[in-house]
Ligand binder design. Structure first.
Ligand code: NAD
Length: 479
C-alpha cells in the first residue's frame, strides 16, 4: 500500500496544495523514503484558516447543540476504534516508535482520550443558571472560536486528540499543522472525520514546518493556539499570542525525576522505570530520566537498572518484540550522541551504553540505551531535556534532599516515587512541583488534568479542565 499523498484536507475536501513543495517521510529504521506528501505553504494555511473561519462564523457546527456534536464525535470514536492497528503501524513507520509502544500509546490512548472527553462532555455545565446576588444569572460555556493546533512528532495522534476533541465538542473549528516528520497519520484521521459526518471546514489539516507554523500562530483569523512541543518554541508562540491577546495553551518539555526510596521493591521499580523512563525510546515529554537513589541504596539501584535496561531489545520498530527503536531523525541521533559525550566530559560515569551503534545494527538512527552514574544534578545532562534513551542516576541524602533535587529543575511536568509505603509516597507527591505525579506507577488518566508547572507549560489538557480551555465564559443577567 502506497502511503504517498498529493492533497491537503481543507474545507472538507482533498484539495490541491498551493505549491509543488513536498515532504519526504523517511523511515528512521531503514533510512528509506516511505512516502511523499505535500508540504503546506502559507497560502495553504490562509485557505485553511479562511475555511475554518467561515465554518465558525456561519456554518452549522458552533450552532448545533452539545448533544448533536457529541453524536458526531461518538461516530468518529467508533470508526477510530476500528482503525487503531493501522494507525499504530503508520506512526511506527513514519517516526520509528516501537510497535509495542504504538499499540498502547500512539492509537489506543488517543481513542481513550476521545471516549473520556465524550463522557465529560455529556455532563459538562454548558449552560447553568445561578442564583446571583442581584438576581438570576445564566453562565454559558461558548466555543473559543477558530483554533490552531500544533502538535510535535513524538506522539502525533496523542497530542492532536487532546486538542481536536475538546475543540470539536465545544463547537470550535480547527486548523491542525502536523509536524513534517509525522504527516501520514493525519490522512487516515481525516478520512474518519469525514466519514463520521464532521461538516466541511470544521477540521483542516496542513502539514508543514516551523515557518509555516509561525504564520498560522500569528494569523488574524485564529482565536486560540494550542501547542505541544519544545519549551523554546513555546516561548516564541506564547510571546506572539501575548502580543495579540490570543488564548494559548502550551504543553512543553520536561526533565522529570523518579525518586526510588529505600523500601521500594527494586525489581518492580526497575520494571516500572523501563517504561516511565524509556517509553517511546526516551522521546517522551514525561520521561523520568533523572533517577534519584539514596547513597545507601545507590549501587543497588544502578546495578539493577543497568541489568534491566541492558536486557531491553533494541531494533526494528515494526518487530513486535522491540522495546527501544531508533531516534526520529538523524539530527536527533546526533543530538543524543552529543549529550552522551557531554556527560562523559562533565565527569559522569557510563555504566551502560555510550556512543556507537547498538549491537547487530549498522543502519538506522539508533543510539545505545545509556545510563550515567555519579551524576550531579547541576550537570547539563541532568538539567537539559535530551529526548532519547539516556538516564542519569543521582544520589540523595534523605527524602528532603530527594524532593529538593527533584524540584531543582526549570521544568515541572511529571514525576514518580517508588516505595513500599504508599502514604510516604503520597507525601512526596504533594511536595514535588510537577503537573502529574505517580506513586509506584505512571499512567496518565484522561479524566484528570495534565500539564506542566514552571517551564513545562501553561494551561492543562484532559479532564473537564482541558475541555474548558476551548470555551469562553459568558454571563447573562436576567431581568
Ligand atoms: P518543536 O517545538 O521543535 O516542534 C513542535 C511543533 O511545533 C512542530 O509541529 C513544529 O513544526 C512546530 N513549531 C516549531 N517552532 C514553531 C514556531 N515558532 N511557531 C509555530 N510552530 C512551531 O518540538 P519537537 O522537537 O517536535 O517535539 C519535542 C518536544 O515536544 C520536546 O521538548 C517534548 O518535551 C515536547 N513535548 C511535550 C509534550 C507535553 O505534553 N508537555 C508532549 C510531547 C512532546
Amino acid at each position: 500500500m502506497s502511503l504517498d499523498q498529493s492533497t491537503l484536507f481543507i474545507d472538507g475536501e482533498w484539495a490541491a496544495p498551493a505549491t509543488s513543495d513536498t515532504i519526504r517521510v523517511v523511515s528512521p529504521h531503514s533510512e528509506q523514503v516511505v512516502a511523499t506528501v505535500p508540504e503546506g505553504s502559507k497560502a495553504d494555511i490562509d485557505a485553511a484558516v479562511a475555511a475554518a473561519r467561515r465554518a465558525f462564523d456561519s456554518g452549522p457546527w458552533p450552532r448545533m447543540t452539545p448533544e448533536e456534536r457529541i453524536d458526531v464525535v461518538q461516530n468518529f470514536s467508533n470508526l477510530y476504534a476500528g482503525k487503531m492497528g493501522d494507525m499504530a503501524e503508520i506512526i511506527s513507520t513514519e517516526m520509528g516508535s516501537p510497535l509495542s509502544f504504538s499499540n498502547l500509546a500512539q492509537a489506543p490512548a488517543p481513542w481513550m482520550q476521545i471516549e473520556a472527553f465524550l463522557t465529560i462532555a455529556r455532563s459538562f455545565p454548558w449552560e447553568e443558571t445561578r442564583a446571583g446576588s442581584l438576581g438570576e444569572v445564566i453562565v454559558r460555556h461558548e466555543p473559543v472560536g477558530v483554533v490552531a493546533a500544533i502538535p510535535p512528532w513524538n506522539v502525533p495522534q496523542f497530542t492532536i486528540m487532546s486538542k481536536l476533541i475538546p475543540a470539536l465538542l465545544a463547537g470550535c473549528t480547527i486548523v491542525i499543522k502536523p509536524a513534517p516528520e509525522t504527516p501520514l497519520d493525519t490522512y487516515l484521521m481525516a478520512d474518519l472525520l469525514q466519514e463520521a459526518g464532521v461538516p466541511a471546514g470544521v477540521v483542516n489539516i496542513v502539514a508543514a514546518g516551523r515557518e509555516v507554523g509561525e504564520h498560522l500562530v500569528a494569523h488574524p483569523g485564529i482565536d486560540k493556539v494550542a501547542f505541544t512541543g519544545s519549551t523554546a518554541a513555546g516561548r516564541k508562540i506564547g510571546a506572539v499570542c501575548g502580543e495579540q491577546l490570543k488564548r494559548v495553551s502550551l504543553e512543553l518539555g520536561g526533565k522529570s525525576a523518579a525518586i526510588v526510596l529505600d523500601d521500594a521493591d527494586l525489581a518492580a521499580t526497575v520494571e516500572g522505570l523501563k517504561f516511565t523512563a524509556l517509553m517511546n525510546s526516551g522521546q517522551a515529554c514525561v520521561a523520568q530520566t533523572r533517577i534519584l537513589a539514596s547513597r545507601a541504596n545507590y549501587d543497588n539501584v544502578v546495578d539493577a537498572l543497568a541489568a534491566g535496561v541492558g536486557a531491553m531489545q533494541v531494533g526494528d520498530p515494526l518487530d513486535p518484540a522491540t522495546e527501544i527503536g531508533p531516534m526520529v531523525a538523524q539530527r536527533q541521533q546526533e543530538r543524543v550522541e552529543k549529550y552522551i559525550a557531554l556527560g562523559q566530559e562533565e565527569g559522569a560515569r557510563v555504566v551502560l551504553g555510550g556512543n556507537g551503534m547498538p549491537d547487530g545494527l549498522s543502519s538506522g538512527w539508533y543510539v545505545r540505551p545509556t545510563i550515567f552514574a555519579d551524576v550531579d544534578n547541576g550537570m547539563r545532562i541532568a538539567q537539559e531535556e535530551i529526548f532519547g534513551p539516556v538516564l542519569s542516576v543521582i544520589a540523595f541524602d534523605d527524602v528532603d534532599d530527594a524532593v529538593r533535587i527533584a524540584n531543582d529543575s526549570e521544568y515541572g511536568l511529571a514525576g514518580t516515587v517508588w516505595t513500599g509505603d504508599v502514604e510516604a509516597g503520597l507525601d512526596v507527591a504533594r511536595r514535588v512541583r510537577a503537573g502529574t505525579y505517580g506513586v509506584n506507577t505512571y499512567t496518565m488518566d484522561f479524566a484528570a488534568p495534565f500539564g506542566g508547572f514552571k517551564n513545562s507549560g501553561v494551561g492543562r489538557e484532559f479532564g473537564p479542565e482541558g475541555l474548558a480551555q476551548y470555551t469562553e465564559l459568558k454571563s447573562i443577567y436576567k431581568p
